[in-house]
Ligand binder design. Structure first.
Ligand code: PFF
Length: 476
């Protein structure tokens, strides 16, 4: 291809074919490990019901405002994050650069976790459930030298192929095929999990109803002011992660949306989709772990819940556990792929705009760079293993540090600055006008204005303070 032909290809505006394509692709970005792995763990940690109620309220207010803002900025400017902020206001170009860093950090470790998922999916196909449920199985896999890197590469290659084929033929097509399948699998496994029952060694039996109660019924007896504050912050942080906001992704996807799409309606659909999958994922995991491993099993945190606790559950299910294990990890793989595609697309689109390079060339180069970067993260579990105490008190390795930097520090900062830019400098009307294009009625514009100017900045400042350890004294 000559340089001129290449320029012509870059100039042709990429777009989703319609509203459905956009909603499914954006929901695909939102629905990911955050919903299936992080939400159930947090809901379990905070005793279930109350966390779910608070999360839903936050999604309809705070989440709605942030998602609307990102998507509208994207469609208004027609640019991806790196260039979009500068387009709104020249002096704010730095915010584009800042939000470019977030997906770049996330992709290094998201692809590693994606690799772990492929490993577990293939294990369930070829191995016995008991072999995978052995204590230390997950730990010995991630600390091995070569295998995690190989699986990470497979995951990255799958992601890069979809990005390589572009917006309508790659991302949209893949999401249209995967998202309905995902919903079908989650509902199926959730219903199945409620039919289970198990008697432990001490003779105590838990059935689906007990598990359901553990997940949904709030336990107010343990709620204190401090615990509620912590719950609020965890729910807000989770919302960020889950909706893929404040990292340029939704700006990039927004830039591919045609002007005749009703953004207000699309935002609601994406939010409902994402929240429903989070709640259903909890329904699929929390009662099941409770039935088979009791309260102790549930307190297993973070990565442990999916890779250590669940294999024990699949083993305890008997022969059918193998098939549920296969379906479960394939479903998680789908969810993780639609998200990693959106993360890589954001990086690729920003670089295409910056270097004026073609999609195909840029995707290949970005895939190679991130293959190298993810090796470093994999080695963080063996050759370069260390334990580091973060300012918020949690102890982590390289992967956790990357997660902390991107999600706990950069995302609140970017969002806070976006609220200042939109709420106070350019004024909410900038976004409202974009939503109302073509005579669309933006019913929640009053709510939007209050949140973007007042509520969101306060919440974001609190999250940032917590991440920096400034609220630790409250929890002594
Ligand atoms: N929203 C997706 C998820 O919930 O997994 C993708 C994602 C966005 C992952 C942001 C991680 C992240 F920090």
């Amino acid at each position: 291809m000559t340089n001129q032909q290449e320029m012509a290809t870059t100039k042709k505006k990429a777009s989703f074919t319609g509203s459905l394509g956009f909603v499914l692709a954006a929901a695909g970005s939102a629905v990911g490990l955050g919903n299936i792995w992080r939400f159930p763990y947090l809901a379990a940690k905070h005793g279930g019901g109350l966390f779910i109620i608070v999360y839903i309220i936050l999604a309809l207010t705070f989440g709605f405002a942030l998602l609307t803002t990102d998507i509208a900025i994207g469609r208004k400017t027609g640019k991806s994050a790196l260039q979009a902020y500068g387009d709104l206001s020249k002096k704010w170009n730095f915010l584009g650069a800042l939000s470019f860093i977030v997906p770049a950090i996330i992709l290094t470790y998201y692809s590693v976790v994606g690799g772990w998922i492929i490993k577990f999916a293939t294990d369930y196909i070829v191995k016995d459930t008991s072999a995978i449920a052995v204590d230390g199985y997950f730990g010995s896999f991630i600390t091995s030298n070569v295998s995690p890197i190989v699986f990470t590469f497979i995951f990255l290659a799958l992601t890069a192929i979809i990005v390589f084929f572009g917006v309508d033929k790659g991302i949209e097509k893949f999401s249209k095929f995967v998202m309905p399948g995902l919903i079908f699998l989650i509902i199926g496994i959730s219903i199945f999990s409620l039919t289970l029952s198990h008697t432990d060694a001490s003779g105590v039996t838990h059935n689906g109803l007990d598990g359901l109660a553990r997940y949904f019924i709030p336990d107010f007896s343990k709620v204190t002011v401090q615990s509620f504050f912590q719950l609020l912050l965890d729910a807000t942080g989770q919302l960020f992660y889950s909706l893929s906001v404040a990292m340029g992704i939704m700006i990039t996807y927004g830039s591919y949306v045609k002007k005749d799409v009703n953004l207000s309606k699309s935002v609601s659909q994406i939010e409902i989709f994402d929240t429903a999958v989070a709640i259903l994922s909890g329904l699929m995991i929390v009662p099941t772990v409770f039935i088979f491993s009791g309260e102790a099993g549930l307190q297993n945190s973070g990565a442990g819940l999916m890779f250590n606790a669940l294999p024990k559950v699949f083993e305890a299910m008997g022969p059918i556990g193998k098939y549920i294990g296969i379906l479960f990890f394939i479903m998680v793989l789908f969810a993780a792929l639609t998200s990693s595609v959106s993360i890589m697309e954001t990086i690729v689109a920003s670089c295409m705009g910056f270097f004026k390079s073609s999609r195909k060339k840029t995707s290949l180069i970005i895939a190679a760079i991130f293959a190298a970067a993810s090796i470093v993260i994999c080695l963080g579990y063996n050759v370069w293993y260390f334990e580091y105490t973060l300012p918020n008190g949690s102890v982590g390795q390289l992967l956790d540090i990357m997660d902390y930097l991107s999600n706990s520090i950069l995302m609140p900062i970017i969002s806070l600055l976006t609220c200042v830019l939109i709420g106070w400098l350019l004024k909410p009307q900038t976004i409202i006008e974009e939503i109302e294009i073509g005579g669309v009625k933006f019913k929640k514009k009053g709510l939007y204005t209050v949140i973007i100017k007042f509520v969101a900045p306060v919440m974001l400042a609190l999250i940032l303070a917590q991440a920096l350890g400034l609220t630790n004294f409250l929890f002594k």
